[in-house]
Design a binder for this molecule. Structure first.
Ligand SMILES: *Cc1c(COP(=O)(O)O)cnc(C)c1O
Length: 491
């Protein structure tokens, strides 16, 4: 994926083998059709819908045909519980090859001492990390104190005491309304039931992460784990500073880079903004900005690698070997110089999108961005996030609503719209295209009015001025046609 000298657009991943991929998909769909035609039809329709929508969901992307095709094989049929070379099933030699390669690519790409590629998703990766930290920092010292090598050797009473200890640890993570993730210790998620949680937020005036407040919370709360990382914070984080805070209070620093792993892989975030050398344990998804298959991954410093390696049976069952194979392919792609071009374009495009909003007087949380996402504050249009999300969808623009710090409309209706650039950048969108996207979004939102029900303004209902949806649809169709998804792929 290098820049095309004629159009200055980034060439689409997989464009060079599009003809072969087309033949493969045509054959696959024909086979599926012969068994369950409705699934073949839905699969065709999904591609058509993805091609026709202006996808600004910050957590989504388009994996290459090579990555997607890799998932459709007989590796799906193999049980391979355990770890490389130590399986609970016979016949895992090819899974060993696949898992070793994926892990090797991950270690090389992220300069990580150790990589674990089995987690099925981001939440699984976080669970593996939490329990690896608990095993290393709580279980192992307790066993040593009791002179035992394995939990099975403990008496009923000693085990009960240890279980209570494991379930009574403290975790400090970023608050949800500042952009943190549910898996960082919030009550609806298992992480909030496992840990006594406290959160840190952002500076109420600037919206930026307030490191001195994080340090203060850490000193007071004395957490076992500090989690850094986010899903909806539009700025970079200094992970060296986060590590200093963790070291001062004896906490383990876990960084969840699920959203921005692509910017780390593509060397946009380096030095103190690269979490891997600073965190004890780094977790990620593989399907967001990293542009791989749907899955998760854990990177660890040597101190935690043995415990992470026991993710199965600790948290996971049999690994998805077909997905590990696709992770290896995606990571091989991310190791190409072209991926660095892509990652830089993701960041440049986010900047262009933010500038496009600012010059049209739309409010942004933190006043801008320096990563891959923008958090638009739609109260500047007199709307809730829910109304804005629905009105944009009517005009063919796919986004998601999101809380803003101290959100006056709460976590359901919200006051924000989260927009990310990874997916459309994969299609080839450049900075001028993103300025146009900002213009279209402002066009929709400034033509949307909240509706009143029973004399009271609704937080969900709205009316879109006549002609807006049609006008914006036509304009975005032009942008989409100029930047085709999977060019050359014909079913
Ligand atoms: C997306 C995300 C996750 C969860 O990933 P899933 O694959 O959906 O389980 C975890 N943490 C963060 C920060 C995320 O953005």
């Amino acid at each position: 994926m290098t820049a095309d000298p004629v159009t200055s657009k980034a060439a689409a991943p997989g464009a060079e083998y599009a003809e072969t991929a087309s033949a493969a998909y045509r054959a696959a769909l024909q086979v599926i059709e012969s068994v369950e035609p409705r699934i073949a039809a839905a699969t065709r329709k999904e591609l058509a819908d993805q091609r026709d929508s202006l996808k600004l969901i910050a957590s989504e992307n388009y994996a290459s045909p090579a990555v997607l095709l890799t998932m459709g094989t007989w590796f799906s049929d193999k049980y391979a519980e355990g770890t490389i070379g130590h399986r609970f099933y016979a016949g895992c030699q090819n899974v060993d090859t696949v898992e070793s390669l994926a892990a090797e690519h991950a270690r090389e790409l992220f300069s990580a001492p150790y990589a674990y590629v089995q987690p099925h998703s981001g939440i699984d990766a976080n669970l593996v990390a939490f329990w690896a930290i608990l095993a290393t920092r709580v279980e192992a010292p307790s066993l040593a104190e009791l002179g035992a090598k394995h939990v099975n050797e403990l008496s009923e009473n000693d085990w009960e005491t240890l279980r209570n200890k494991l379930g009574n640890q403290r975790l400090l993570g970023m608050s949800l309304d500042a952009g943190g993730h549910l898996t960082h210790g919030f009550r609806p998620n298992i992480s909030g039931k496992m840990f006594h949680q406290r959160s840190y937020g952002t500076d109420p005036d600037t919206g930026f992460l307030d490191y001195s407040a994080v340090a203060e919370a850490a000193r007071e709360f004395k957490p076992l784990i500090i989690v850094a990382g986010y899903s909806a914070y539009p700025r970079r984080v200094n992970f060296a500073t986060m590590r200093e805070i963790a070291d001062e209070v004896g906490a383990t620093l876990m960084v969840d880079m699920a959203h921005f792993a692509g910017l780390v892989a593509g060397k946009v975030f380096t030095g103190e903004e690269d979490p891997v050398p600073h965190a004890h344990v780094t977790t990620t998804t593989t399907h967001k900005s990293l542009r791989g298959p749907r899955g998760g991954m854990v990177l660890a410093q040597p101190e935690f690698s043995d415990a992470v390696d026991k993710g199965c049976p600790m948290v996971l069952g049999g690994p998805l070997s077909h997905v590990m194979a696709a992770k290896a392919v995606a990571l091989a792609e991310a190791r190409q110089p072209a991926f660095q071009v892509y990652a830089q374009r993701v960041a440049d495009n986010a900047q262009a999108l933010a500038d496009g909003f600012l010059k049209r007087d739309a409010g942004l949380v933190t006043g801008g961005t320096d990563n891959h996402l923008v958090l638009l504050d739609v109260t500047s249009f007199g709307l809730t996030g829910r109304q804005a999300e629905s009105a944009l969808l009517d005009a063919g623009i796919v986004t998601n609503r999101n809380s803003v710090p101290a959100d006056p409309n709460g976590a359901w209706y919200t006051s924000g719209i989260r927009l990310g650039t990874p997916a459309l950048t994969t299609r080839g969108f450049g900075v001028d295209d993103f300025d146009r996207v900002a213009e279209l979004i402002v066009d929709v939102l400034s033509n949307t009015q909240p509706s009143a029900t029973a004399g009271k303004l609704s937080k969900a209902k709205y009316t879109l001025a006549d002609g807006t949806a049609e006008r914006v649809h036509a304009a975005s169709a032009e942008l989409l046609d100029a930047n085709p998804l999977y060019p050359g792929l014909q079913l």
